[in-house]
Design a protein around this ligand. Structure first.
Ligand code: SAH
Length: 273
């Protein structure tokens, strides 16, 4: 073989690397085999997959918002039945929830974790509506993680208005964005039952639920109702753009029983992104 022939063979081999056989749909719907330069075919397939990814994200976003709305407009035991029927919905919910949270500049869970780390580790914590139980994984304390579905043996699956926790056994009860059910006062009554006297009740809730100018509750009425349940308000932090924080302590003695006027907490409906 001459030097020229060798060079020409090499050029052809090089060109054939840049050509790829690929199946594309022909205009009549049948599959045809065409040769496309790699750059064109990969552009096409990557734009197709990014389109599919967008559609999938849109569908799961819509599914998340539907489950979210359901949880904010039913009672805790209805929510428990809802997830019992189809536990996979819980994962759809939490994938959407994490996506929403990723847009928040600060996570209320982190502030609560920091608060717990700033206290003695012997405090026993109950995380009501724990989600993925990140709180329990982040602190040294004994934590009872409670949610409607348990994907982890350490999580107690139940409606949090009726937990298996012992009366007066808990030092810190946490509700981080979890007062979802329309019967949320029952969750707080359950927290009151399981807390020791002087035990802490920490609540983080979405700010818009407490904006009276847009149909939200008056935060002072919320605090008053919780105090009537048998707590004293230690502090409030309204400095965050996305959520409010409330810190209560359980009173030593029970209040004389009277009918508590609970404000309604409107659902937190997340934006389409
Ligand atoms: N606290 C977690 C998760 C918040 S999402 C965090 O901050 O990341 C709210 C959680 O509350 C969801 O996992 C939901 O399943 C749970 N939840 C709502 N109502 C509940 C109920 N009645 N009993 C138990 N968990 C409940």
């Amino acid at each position: 073989m001459t030097e020229d022939q060798r060079r020409s063979r090499k050029r052809k081999r090089g060109r054939s690397h840049k050509i790829k056989k690929t199946a594309v749909a022909s205009p009549d719907g049948g599959a045809a085999t065409k040769s496309l330069p790699v750059s064109a075919s990969s552009n096409k397939s990557s734009s197709k997959s990014s389109f599919l990814d967008k559609m999938r994200a849109r569908l799961s976003g819509g599914h998340f918002r539907m489950i979210n709305e359901k949880l904010y407009t039913c009672t805790g035991d209805e929510a428990l039945d809802y997830f019992k029927e189809d536990p996979a919905l819980f994962n759809v919910y939490h994938a959407g929830y994490q996506e929403q949270m990723s847009h928040w500049p600060e996570q209320p869970n982190d502030i609560i974790i920091k608060w717990i780390k700033g206290h003695i580790p012997s405090l026993v914590v109950a995380d009501f509506g724990c989600g993925d139980a990140r709180l329990a994984r982040s602190v040294k304390n004994k934590v009872f993680s409670i949610d409607l579905v348990s994907n982890d043996p350490s999580v107690i699956a139940c409606d949090m208005s009726n937990t298996p926790l012992e009366t007066s056994s808990i030092d810190v009860a946490v509700f981080c964005l979890s007062l979802m059910g329309i019967n949320f006062p029952n969750y707080l009554k359950e927290a009151h039952r399981v807390l020791k006297p002087h035990g802490w009740l920490l609540i983080a809730e979405v700010k818009s639920r407490f904006d009276p100018t847009t149909g939200g509750a008056d935060p002072n009425k919320f605090v008053k109702a919780i105090c009537e349940l048998g707590f004293t308000c230690q502090s409030k932090d309204f400095s965050n753009k996305m959520f409010l924080l409330f810190y209560f302590k359980k009173k030593e003695k029970l209040n004389a029983r009277k009918l508590i006027e609970w404000p309604e907490l409107k659902p937190c409906l997340y934006k389409r992104r």
